[in-house]
Design a protein. Structure first.
Length: 161
Protein backbone atom coordinates (compact mmCIF):
# COMPACT_ATOMS: atom_id res chain seq x y z
CA UNK A 1 0.00 0.00 0.00
CA UNK A 2 1.09 3.58 -0.65
CA UNK A 3 0.04 6.97 0.55
CA UNK A 4 -0.01 10.23 -1.32
CA UNK A 5 -0.20 13.63 0.33
CA UNK A 6 0.61 17.32 -0.08
CA UNK A 7 2.24 18.89 3.01
CA UNK A 8 3.63 22.20 4.21
CA UNK A 9 7.03 22.51 5.88
CA UNK A 10 5.40 21.74 9.25
CA UNK A 11 3.57 18.73 7.74
CA UNK A 12 0.20 20.48 7.74
CA UNK A 13 -2.27 19.03 5.21
CA UNK A 14 -5.53 20.89 5.66
CA UNK A 15 -7.66 23.59 7.15
CA UNK A 16 -11.43 23.64 7.43
CA UNK A 17 -11.87 20.41 5.41
CA UNK A 18 -9.90 21.83 2.50
CA UNK A 19 -6.44 21.32 1.03
CA UNK A 20 -3.87 23.99 1.82
CA UNK A 21 -2.37 24.22 -1.66
CA UNK A 22 -4.07 23.90 -5.03
CA UNK A 23 -1.20 23.34 -7.45
CA UNK A 24 -1.90 22.00 -10.93
CA UNK A 25 1.45 20.16 -11.07
CA UNK A 26 0.57 18.43 -7.80
CA UNK A 27 -2.89 17.49 -9.13
CA UNK A 28 -1.24 15.99 -12.24
CA UNK A 29 1.22 14.10 -10.01
CA UNK A 30 -1.69 12.77 -7.92
CA UNK A 31 -3.65 11.74 -11.01
CA UNK A 32 -0.66 10.03 -12.64
CA UNK A 33 -0.10 7.90 -9.54
CA UNK A 34 -3.72 7.04 -8.71
CA UNK A 35 -5.51 6.82 -12.07
CA UNK A 36 -6.63 3.25 -12.71
CA UNK A 37 -5.75 2.29 -9.13
CA UNK A 38 -7.61 2.07 -5.82
CA UNK A 39 -7.86 5.07 -3.51
CA UNK A 40 -8.83 4.74 0.13
CA UNK A 41 -10.07 7.68 2.15
CA UNK A 42 -12.11 8.67 5.14
CA UNK A 43 -15.70 9.86 4.92
CA UNK A 44 -14.80 13.55 5.34
CA UNK A 45 -12.25 13.31 2.54
CA UNK A 46 -14.87 11.88 0.16
CA UNK A 47 -17.31 14.60 1.15
CA UNK A 48 -14.65 17.25 0.48
CA UNK A 49 -14.17 16.12 -3.14
CA UNK A 50 -15.98 18.09 -5.85
CA UNK A 51 -19.68 17.39 -5.40
CA UNK A 52 -18.81 14.82 -2.74
CA UNK A 53 -18.37 12.37 -5.60
CA UNK A 54 -15.84 9.55 -5.91
CA UNK A 55 -12.78 10.15 -8.07
CA UNK A 56 -13.20 9.01 -11.68
CA UNK A 57 -11.17 6.16 -13.18
CA UNK A 58 -10.34 4.74 -9.75
CA UNK A 59 -11.86 2.25 -7.36
CA UNK A 60 -12.90 4.40 -4.40
CA UNK A 61 -12.92 2.94 -0.88
CA UNK A 62 -14.16 4.80 2.18
CA UNK A 63 -13.30 3.77 5.72
CA UNK A 64 -15.83 5.03 8.25
CA UNK A 65 -17.25 3.89 11.58
CA UNK A 66 -20.72 4.98 10.38
CA UNK A 67 -22.36 1.68 9.43
CA UNK A 68 -25.25 3.49 7.71
CA UNK A 69 -22.95 5.36 5.33
CA UNK A 70 -23.36 4.04 1.79
CA UNK A 71 -22.71 6.64 -0.93
CA UNK A 72 -23.01 5.66 -4.56
CA UNK A 73 -19.85 4.63 -6.41
CA UNK A 74 -17.74 3.67 -3.41
CA UNK A 75 -16.99 0.55 -1.40
CA UNK A 76 -17.41 1.18 2.32
CA UNK A 77 -15.56 -0.58 5.14
CA UNK A 78 -16.34 -0.02 8.78
CA UNK A 79 -13.01 -1.27 10.10
CA UNK A 80 -9.38 -1.28 9.08
CA UNK A 81 -9.26 -4.99 9.85
CA UNK A 82 -11.99 -5.86 7.32
CA UNK A 83 -10.47 -3.50 4.73
CA UNK A 84 -7.05 -5.15 5.08
CA UNK A 85 -8.54 -8.66 4.98
CA UNK A 86 -10.30 -7.92 1.67
CA UNK A 87 -7.31 -6.11 0.14
CA UNK A 88 -4.31 -8.34 0.80
CA UNK A 89 -2.81 -7.53 -2.62
CA UNK A 90 -2.59 -3.84 -1.93
CA UNK A 91 0.33 -2.63 -4.06
CA UNK A 92 -2.04 -0.51 -6.20
CA UNK A 93 -3.83 1.09 -3.25
CA UNK A 94 -3.22 4.73 -2.37
CA UNK A 95 -4.28 6.26 0.94
CA UNK A 96 -5.45 9.80 0.13
CA UNK A 97 -6.55 11.12 3.53
CA UNK A 98 -7.49 12.47 5.88
CA UNK A 99 -5.35 12.92 8.94
CA UNK A 100 -6.54 9.95 11.01
CA UNK A 101 -6.51 7.56 8.05
CA UNK A 102 -2.94 8.55 7.16
CA UNK A 103 -1.92 7.89 10.77
CA UNK A 104 -3.83 4.59 11.06
CA UNK A 105 -2.72 3.10 7.72
CA UNK A 106 0.88 4.36 7.72
CA UNK A 107 2.16 1.11 9.32
CA UNK A 108 0.73 -0.84 6.35
CA UNK A 109 2.27 1.40 3.66
CA UNK A 110 5.49 0.69 1.81
CA UNK A 111 5.85 4.04 0.01
CA UNK A 112 4.74 7.60 0.56
CA UNK A 113 4.52 10.10 -2.29
CA UNK A 114 4.77 13.51 -0.66
CA UNK A 115 4.50 16.90 -2.31
CA UNK A 116 6.50 19.11 0.06
CA UNK A 117 5.64 22.80 -0.24
CA UNK A 118 8.15 25.32 1.11
CA UNK A 119 5.63 27.19 3.26
CA UNK A 120 4.60 26.95 6.90
CA UNK A 121 0.91 26.97 7.74
CA UNK A 122 0.41 27.84 11.40
CA UNK A 123 -3.40 27.83 11.41
CA UNK A 124 -3.88 24.38 9.85
CA UNK A 125 -6.12 21.90 11.64
CA UNK A 126 -4.98 18.65 10.01
CA UNK A 127 -1.46 17.23 9.91
CA UNK A 128 0.45 14.33 8.42
CA UNK A 129 2.97 12.30 10.42
CA UNK A 130 6.40 13.88 9.89
CA UNK A 131 8.20 11.18 7.89
CA UNK A 132 11.52 13.04 8.14
CA UNK A 133 11.43 12.45 11.91
CA UNK A 134 10.05 8.88 11.67
CA UNK A 135 12.67 6.17 12.18
CA UNK A 136 10.84 3.67 9.93
CA UNK A 137 10.97 5.88 6.82
CA UNK A 138 13.70 7.21 4.53
CA UNK A 139 13.81 9.34 1.40
CA UNK A 140 14.12 7.28 -1.75
CA UNK A 141 13.91 10.03 -4.37
CA UNK A 142 13.46 13.81 -4.57
CA UNK A 143 12.44 15.73 -7.66
CA UNK A 144 13.95 18.98 -8.79
CA UNK A 145 12.53 22.11 -7.22
CA UNK A 146 9.36 23.34 -8.92
CA UNK A 147 7.44 26.61 -8.73
CA UNK A 148 3.79 27.49 -9.11
CA UNK A 149 1.50 30.23 -7.76
CA UNK A 150 4.37 31.72 -5.77
CA UNK A 151 5.16 28.41 -4.02
CA UNK A 152 8.32 26.34 -4.29
CA UNK A 153 7.84 22.60 -3.87
CA UNK A 154 9.23 19.20 -4.74
CA UNK A 155 7.96 15.65 -5.02
CA UNK A 156 9.60 13.40 -2.43
CA UNK A 157 9.21 9.62 -2.39
CA UNK A 158 9.71 7.92 0.95
CA UNK A 159 10.08 4.20 1.45
CA UNK A 160 9.68 2.10 4.54
CA UNK A 161 13.03 0.86 5.86
Amino acid sequence: MNLIVNVSENWAIGKGKSLLFHLSQDMKFFKSHTSGKTVVMGRKTLESLPGGNPLPNRKNIVLTRNSDYNPEGVTVYNSIKSFLADNEDNSDIYVIGGESLYRDLLPYCERAFVTKVDATVNDADAFMVNLDAHSDWEIEETSEELEEKGYTFRFVTYKKK
